[in-house]
Ligand binder design. Structure first.
Ligand SMILES: [Zn+2]
Ligand SMILES: [Zn+2]
Length: 76
């Protein structure tokens, strides 16, 4: 008979792994990355800080270099 606690922890583990996508620029896997809502392009905060001049013109949204989608800084 399966232990319900085990199933819950396995589910949580799967979700945690799915979120840990490496940065598409440098390949690092920091605890937090910006991610494009359209195509899933991922960029870490270090790379974002380095490239923000080319990806954001207002500091509120950033443009995905892969698909050109607009993503907000605030709600991720
Ligand atoms: Zn990076
Ligand atoms: Zn994109």
């Amino acid at each position: 008979m399966p232990d319900p606690r085990e199933r819950k922890s396995a589910y949580r583990e799967k979700r945690r792994r799915a979120r840990e996508r490496p940065c598409d620029c440098c390949g690092a896997t920091p605890p937090f990355c910006w991610q494009c809502r359209k195509c899933g392009f991922t960029i870490c905060t270090d790379c974002m800080n380095e490239n923000v001049w080319g990806m954001s013109c207002n500091g509120i949204t950033w443009e995905c270099p892969d698909c050109g989608g607009q993503n907000g800084f605030g709600n991720q």
